[in-house]
Design a protein around this ligand. Structure first.
Ligand code: GDP
Ligand code: MG
Ligand code: ZN
Length: 293
């Protein structure tokens, strides 16, 4: 018996890293009955078999688990946003941050393609991002593909398991290729007949990058709030959560309750209007959700 970490999964096979080698494994048939689904990122026990594939016999407890993409034991999400092509959307940023916070992952916001934007756009974007920095988020900016910023990013990846997230075309594969040139991932967006961006990245794989592990996946393929309750959402907006401690009512969800400290801070311009609007919008989305049986 030996222990290792699943680094990739392709058509029923798991590739388990053990002392620098990838061991091809199958999982025990009984896992299917017990509904145990080994995930990339899992630490597993396996039994080597001289001739055939090794057999995974045990999946160790996870510290985190994502469903889409299916991956375990992730620490943080590197959230890639481009200033242009596609344009930066604060609503999408807040949506990503909410989902990431709800999974207790640490977000790092990474801004690409500043070199393609005009000064005015870059400036407007910068002032928006300063707000996110002030409420406690790490924001890294990249002005071009060979920016020394990559050196700034490396320490954040060290010793961490990072999942990349962001819309198609923002520069996730480009970023990974720059960090790890031998990777040679396909970049660029190929459109299919329906005009949707087609992901060039197909399976989930953890790669050793800058002293840590990074997953190049299509990112969060779903950004819905199905797993979030309406009383929970306020916890995922850091500044709303902090201001909310001064609300008159303990259960205040900061909509129209009297003595709401969050609304007061929005009126004073301390909490950004766009963040609060997005909070209300997401709250509505959660409240409109059809009950599940
Ligand atoms: N000018 C410029 N182009 C970039 C930058 N980052 C990515 N690109 C280009 O944007 C396109 C999409 O990038 P890609 O890495 O495939 O995006 P992904 O879909 O997020 O993996 C490619 O043509 C890249 O060369 C950047 O910072 N500046
Ligand atoms: Mg890509
Ligand atoms: Zn309140």
């Amino acid at each position: 018996m030996a222990e290792g970490q699943i680094r990739k999964a392709i058509s029923g096979f798991y590739y388990v890293e053990h002392e620098g080698q990838l061991i091809q494994c199958k999982s025990r048939g009984v896992f299917r009955l017990k509904k145990i689904n080994p995930l990339v990122g899992d630490t597993v026990t396996y039994v080597p078999d001289g001739e055939n594939d090794a057999l995974i016999t045990d999946v160790h407890p996870r510290k985190s688990e994502l469903v889409r993409p299916p991956i375990a034991n992730v620490d943080q999400a590197l959230l890639v946003f481009s200033v242009v092509e596609p344009d930066m959307s604060l609503r999408l940023l807040d949506r990503f941050l909410t989902v990431i916070e709800s999974h207790q992952l640490e977000p790092i916001i990474y801004i690409s393609k500043e070199d393609l934007a005009d000064d005015q756009t870059v400036e407007a974007n910068e002032s928006n991002l300063t707000y996110y920095q002030n409420i406690g988020y790490t924001v890294l900016r990249n002005r071009g593909n060979d920016d020394p910023l990559l050196e700034v990013l490396r320490p954040y990846l060290n010793d961490k398991t990072t999942v990349l997230a962001g819309q198609s075309g923002v520069g996730k594969s480009t970023l990974l290729n720059t960090l790890l040139p031998e990777l040679d991932l396909k970049t660029g967006v190929i459109s299919d007949a329906l005009g949707r961006g087609k992901h060039t990245t197909r399976h989930v794989e953890l790669m050793e990058v800058a002293g840590g592990l990074v997953a190049d996946t299509p990112g969060f393929s779903s950004l819905d709030f199905d797993h979030i309750e309406k009383e929970e959402l306020r916890n995922y907006f850091l500044e709303i959560s902090e201001a909310g401690e001064s609300c008159k009512f303990r259960g205040c969800i900061h909509v129209k309750e009297p003595g709401c400290a969050v609304k007061a801070q929005v009126e004073e311009g301390i909490i950004s209007e766009s963040r609060y609007k997005n909070y209300l919008l997401f709250l509505q989305e959660i409240m409109d959700r059809k009950p599940r049986y």
